[in-house]
Design a protein around this ligand. Structure first.
Ligand SMILES: Cc1cc2nc3c(=O)[nH]c(=O)nc-3n(C[C@H](O)[C@H](O)[C@H](O)COP(=O)(O)OP(=O)(O)OC[C@H]3O[C@@H](n4cnc5c(N)ncnc54)[C@H](O)[C@@H]3O)c2cc1C
Length: 477
């Protein structure tokens, strides 16, 4: 039997693409274990982050601004997407878990990072004519932070919600099956091709599945499936894992759930501190983002400790009384240049849909529609994402001359978030030391290609990351 399309990956991206394709009368097989160990989608807060995700770095390039347009378009798709999933899956539990987002700027972190990003959010909301209101922090009823990290400013974005990521994945599975799609609860070993044409995938059990087209959406593991196409993979930005921890807690009886998402702006390489109500007294606390050499399955004590300290201190001191329901670990797929890998890649019929970093869950209906449009020659969006074609030289986000300074700033902001206590005479010394180390690293890597700040910071620590970057840069030199 030959399927029209095989989709590899059972996260939000693979799940959404498979479902969308199956509703377009294609015979679809989705491959991948449904327990989704270390999947980003399962650990995600699932904020429909659009404006709340804006940073000065995102706005610094055309590619970043294109990502913002994708986020904005995705925002409009969610209400219909939720209705479609409800109808197709027969599961009527509401998908949205919070209505609106409160963005708070507090005294944790650093002016040059947090205030700058907060103001970038406010400015972008104005430019897009998006409704929002400035809020009096004393009326942000639910907050009860430590005085040392009290909020300074706040705004409410009424149209930026969140969904329950576990329920979304459940609904995607059920919707695909109900629509006649096939679901193989097993991982793939490799993609198969004859000559320059894709033919299917081999499962870990050795079973072969044939398909006219294959879409690989296996998150941070996606490129592992293409190992046999060495010449091709060398030209695709390597994927790094943005290992993240999030925690579900059951609130004490006298602490009600907040109605909306509460978050800080993105800060210090990470996605900002946030909490998201999940119903039944369960609150999601997120999240860390540490680039690691390999995807992780278990959380480090240090990350759990840091996240809980931040949540109790900055959000609500009464959280110390909450019960931990689960500690979730996910790996964000982060490409070497920080931008998504979307499109057909080098082998006829082989598509990649990954590299979504920290807003992939929100973008999943949009990417599903886009990939399905490409495979069926129907046009449901005016977006042209061809610049994100996976076989590419590195895209430039932040200008090379700003990268060292930005990396140092973000590192310092991490220190302040940890409430370090540095005497003033240390600061210029640290600045100088970090700056010259990072400059040296960038100069050694390549004369013009420059990694984004988080990759500079972490590849300074890990040789394997430097090696992967320099091999990729060499291919395009
Ligand atoms: C802690 C955390 C919080 C986040 N918060 C948000 C948020 O609030 N909003 C937002 O939009 N985004 C958020 N993100 C980012 C978002 O989760 C990702 O961008 C997105 O979920 C990526 O989806 P994916 O389907 O590509 O990858 P994943 O969710 O990682 O899924 C990949 C799937 O492929 C499977 N797979 C792996 N290898 C194979 C194989 N060999 N064969 C078959 N299948 C395989 C995996 O098991 C997994 O199920 C967050 C991420 C993390 C880690």
């Amino acid at each position: 039997m030959e399927y029209d399309v095989i989709v590899v990956g059972s996260g939000a991206i693979g799940g959404s693409i498979a479902y969308e394709l199956s509703t377009r009368n294609l015979n679809v097989c989705r491959v991948g274990e449904t327990d989704r160990v270390n999947a980003a989608s399962k650990a995600a807060g699932a904020m429909n982050g659009c404006f709340g995700e804006v940073t000065s770095g995102l706005l610094a390039s055309d590619y970043g601004r294109l990502k913002l347009r994708m986020d904005r378009q995705a925002q409009d798709l969610w209400p219909t997407w939720a209705e479609r999933l409800e109808r197709s899956s027969g599961n009527t539990r509401p998908l949205f878990s919070a209505i609106g987002t409160q963005v708070l700027l507090n005294s944790a972190g650093m002016d040059e990072v947090d205030t700058v990003n907060y103001e970038a959010i406010e400015q972008t909301l104005k430019e897009y004519g998006e409704p929002f209101e400035t809020i009096d922090l004393r009326t942000m009823g639910w907050l009860n932070p430590d005085h040392l990290v009290r909020p300074l400013r706040g705004l409410f974005i009424p149209n930026e919600h969140s969904v329950n990521s576990h329920l979304l994945l459940e609904k995607l599975d059920a919707a695909l099956m109900a629509g006649g799609g096939t679901l193989k609860n097993e991982n793939a070993r490799r993609v198969l091709a004859e000559g320059e044409v894709v033919t299917g995938v081999e499962l870990n059990s050795g079973e072969l599945i044939w398909g006219k087209k294959v879409v690989v959406a296996a998150g941070v593991h996606s490129l592992d499936l293409l190992n046999e196409f060495d010449n091709l993979v060398k030209k695709i930005p390597p994927l790094f894992s943005g290992y993240g921890v999030s925690i579900l807690v059951k609130l004490p009886d006298d602490l009600p759930l907040p109605d909306s998402v509460i978050r800080t702006p993105n800060r210090a390489f990470a996605c900002g501190l946030h909490c998201v109500p999940r119903g039944d007294g369960i609150l999601y606390l997120g999240a860390t983002n540490i680039l690691s050499e390999r995807p992780k399955q278990q959380a480090l004590v240090s990350d759990v400790q840091f996240l809980l300290d931040c949540a109790v201190d900055q959000l609500n001191l009464d959280l110390h009384n909450a019960e931990i329901i689960s500690i979730q670990v996910g790996n964000r797929p982060i490409p070497a240049d920080g931008f998504p890998l979307i499109g057909e890649c080098g082998i006829d019929g082989l598509w990649l849909a990954t590299g979504t970093y920290r807003d992939g869950l929100h973008q999943s209906p949009l990417l599903a529609g886009y990939i399905a449009d490409c495979l069926t020659d129907v046009k449901s969006t005016d977006l042209d994402l061809s610049v994100f074609n996976p076989v590419r030289a590195p895209l430039t986000g932040l200008a090379r001359e700003s990268t060292v300074q930005e990396t140092v700033k973000q590192m310092f902001a991490t220190g302040y978030e940890y409430r370090w206590d540095i005497k003033p005479y240390w600061l210029p010394l640290l600045d100088k030391g970090l700056s010259s180390n990072y400059q040296q690293l960038i100069d050694d890597l390549h004369p013009s290609f420059t990694p984004p700040p988080e990759l500079v910071a972490f590849s300074y620590l890990y040789e394997s990351m430097r090696l992967r970057l320099s091999q990729y840069y060499k291919e395009w030199s």
